[in-house]
Structures are given as C-alpha cells and as structure tokens.
Design a protein around this ligand. Structure first.
Ligand SMILES: [Zn+2]
Length: 223
C-alpha cells in the first residue's frame, strides 16, 4: 500500500497546510495581524495566510481581548490608535463586564524605567494576561514567517515571547540595518533568521507606535 503524503494533490487541487499550526489542512485565510486590531480604512497591504478553521475562528475571543489591552495602552498614539480604543475596544468592554472588571481591577500608575535605569516617566499600568499576549503574538509571527519565507514553522519550534514597553539598546543596535515592514499604523516589524538554521529567527514588533514585542523561534529538535 503506498503511503499517502501530505501535500499530495487531492481532488485535483493542491492541499495546503495551515500556516499557523502546520498540522491541519487550511480551508480558510486568516489576517496577519488579526483584523480585530486594525481600524478602517484598512491598510492596502493586508496580509492573509492559509489557515485551518480552528486557528482562524478559534482565536476570535483572544483577538478581541488583545485589542482591548493593546488599545488601553496606546489610545493616545495618533488617530488610528485612538479609533481602536474609541470605536471598537470600548464597545467590547461595554459588552464584556468580566473583561472590564479584570482590566480595571489592575489599573494603577507607576514610575517606568528601562533596565539601564533611564526614567521613562510615570505611566498608567495594568496587568495584561500573559496567555492573551503570548498567543496572539505567536499567531502573528507564525503568519508573518509563512508570508515572508513561504515555509511553515509548525510544531518544530519553541517560541519565546517578550513583552516590552521600550526596546533595549542592544536589540536596537543588533537590528538597526534590518528592513522594516509595516501594516498601516497598526504594526511595524523587523525580522531575521539564521542562514544555517532557518528555524532560528528573531522578530521585533511594535503596535501603534507604542507597545513592543520580541519573539524568538528555536528548533525543538534537529531534523
Ligand atoms: Zn491551524
């Protein structure tokens, strides 16, 4: 009996695996970054990648929470960021009392300093649940990796996500000559991967001119 391989043609059409999980067949296309964190008019260079139903639809509640936490932090950073807060996030909070209670119970103010001690001033702070941040950033990077390299990271990598209010000087220096991409005002990002080991990649993302995320992928095993 011949073994059926993934990627084999089925009913005359090439099969496509999900760019996000890499384990299920893609039957939809998912926006990268999620459309939930964009505002109208949508940027012309919207990115979509093939995705399975689970990865695409299953992430909607997480995207909506992510939007609220993001918008609460960047609302003053220009017209689009302000729209994200006023037009979509406030509506979400009105309809989701649980999320509103969660967010307001942790709001405070703190003196923010960089690791090297530079004062960034006083800022409103709130607790951003790690699982919301990490899972949305991971989906974005997996989508972008596929978009730029036409390869799926799938289950072969370990992902390390960093949440940053500012970018460390050494990271700025290390990535200063990397090409910078953007999706409207919502997302600016840079990335690179190791030539000999393409599953080793580093991503720097910034949302609405405020919040930074760093993301690293490391191969889980040698294949
Ligand atoms: Zn998937």
């Amino acid at each position: 009996m011949p073994i059926r391989l993934l990627g084999e043609k089925m009913s005359g059409r090439a099969t496509q695996m999900c760019a996000i999980c890499g384990v299920r067949l893609a039957t939809t296309r998912d926006h990268v970054p999620p459309k939930a964190i964009l505002v109208r008019p949508f940027p012309k260079n919207l990115i979509t990648v093939p995705a399975c139903v689970e990865c695409n639809n299953g992430s909607a509640p997480m995207d909506s929470d992510f939007r609220v936490y993001l918008a609460a932090g960047v609302a003053d950073n220009g017209v689009s960021a302000n729209k994200l807060w006023k037009e979509s996030s406030r509506a979400t909070l009105r309809n989701n009392r649980k999320l509103l209670a969660k967010l307001s119970s942790t709001i405070g103010e703190a003196e923010i300093r960089t690791a090297s001690g530079i004062e960034l001033g006083r800022r409103t702070t709130y607790h951003w649940p790690a699982h919301v941040f990490n899972s949305v950033i991971e989906r974005i990077v997996r989508g972008l990796y596929f978009h730029h390299y036409h390869e799926i990271l799938g289950p072969r990598v370990m992902c390390t996500v960093g949440f940053r209010l500012s970018l460390p000087a050494e990271l700025i220096a290390a990535t200063s000559n990397w090409h910078q991409y953007n999706v409207g005002d919502a997302l600016v990002y840079r990335f690179g991967r190791a030539v000999e080991s393409p599953l080793n990649s580093l991503w720097i993302l910034q949302f609405y001119g405020g919040l930074w995320a760093s993301f690293e992928t490391t191969p889980l095993f040698n294949d």
